[in-house]
Design a binder for this molecule. Structure first.
Ligand code: NDP
Length: 245
């Protein structure tokens, strides 16, 4: 029942929930591979963690690129000799009414939030099969349980997809591979700045005034990881106590 020495790969580790999870798991003795596009941010976090004794690999990755995601997983296994957990966390929330037809942003959300997670699964699953152990932790949302509309229709669609894919994966790979879908409400991070539609962005900032700190999600992720191998925490829903949606 331990996190110590587990090798954990986190996508979207340069800010928000991913960064908080990296910092929390480092304190619990994990070895970390940190991935995102902003290498400078990852390096700063890594330097900080290394100074406290954590083994950290930084892997600049765009999760919308299948080859880069494969390299990300390969480099993790090369560095640490194994991979115990992949946290498919990278994400984008671009809120706008459907009438605005922000198709470019729909594409981006589908590419990052759905295809990025699938690429992570495709690359990690053979590693987990070979090891006969492994843990997928995928970031869905309360918007993956209830449609966040108007405005969040496509974002919700991507988070419903993550939840569906995670549960289907559980049914297919169970035995010795664990799957967890994390479904947070409003959590303080950079996510709230992802909307280009001004009115929606203002509404999001307003909604996020109740947000809880990102280490609340880090603790939920740690809880799923620290269970004994035969215990698979499949879903965790957490939101600010004051949040209705
Ligand atoms: P942030 O915006 O703070 O973090 C998003 C992370 O994803 C960043 O590290 C960013 O790094 C990374 N990222 C974005 N696009 C790509 C890409 N193409 N390739 C690689 N990395 C990418 O938001 P959060 O921390 O809040 O979000 C993390 C996850 O949690 C998301 O999936 C989000 O949907 C989910 N979530 C968040 C909630 C919240 O209220 N905050 C609630 C429910 C779910 P970089 O730009 O350096 O690539």
């Amino acid at each position: 029942m331990s996190i110590e020495n587990k090798v954990v790969l986190i996508t979207g580790a340069s800010s928000g929930l991913g960064e908080a999870t990296a910092r929390h798991l480092a304190e619990r003795g994990a070895k970390l591979a940190l991935a995102a596009r902003r290498q400078d941010k990852l390096e700063t976090i890594a330097e900080d963690l290394r100074a406290k004794g954590t083994e950290v690999e930084v892997i600049q990755t765009d999760v919308t690129d299948r080859a880069q995601v494969q390299t990300m997983v390969d480099r993790t296994v090369e560095r640490f000799g194994r991979m115990d957990v992949i946290v498919n966390n990278a994400g984008l929330m671009a809120i706008a009414p459907m009438d605005e037809a922000k198709v470019d942003e729909w594409d981006k959300m589908i590419d990052i939030n759905i295809k990025g997670v699938l690429y992570g699964i495709a690359s990690a699953l053979p590693v987990f099969r070979k090891q006969q152990s492994g843990h997928f932790i995928n970031l869905s949302s309360v918007a993956g349980i209830k449609v966040f509309a108007p405005g969040g229709t496509v974002y919700s669609g991507t988070k419903y997809a993550v939840r569906a894919i995670t549960d289907g994966l559980r049914a297919e790979v169970g035995g010795n591979i664990r799957t967890t879908s994390i479904e947070p409400g409003a959590v303080d991070s950079e996510l709230k700045y992802g909307s280009s539609h001004e009115e929606s962005s203002e509404a999001v900032q307003q909604f996020y005034q109740q947000a809880i700190p990102s280490d609340s999600v880090a603790r939920a992720i740690a809880y799923a990881i620290e269970q004994p191998d035969e215990v698979d925490i499949n879903e965790i829903v957490l939101r600010p106590t004051s949040q209705e949606f």
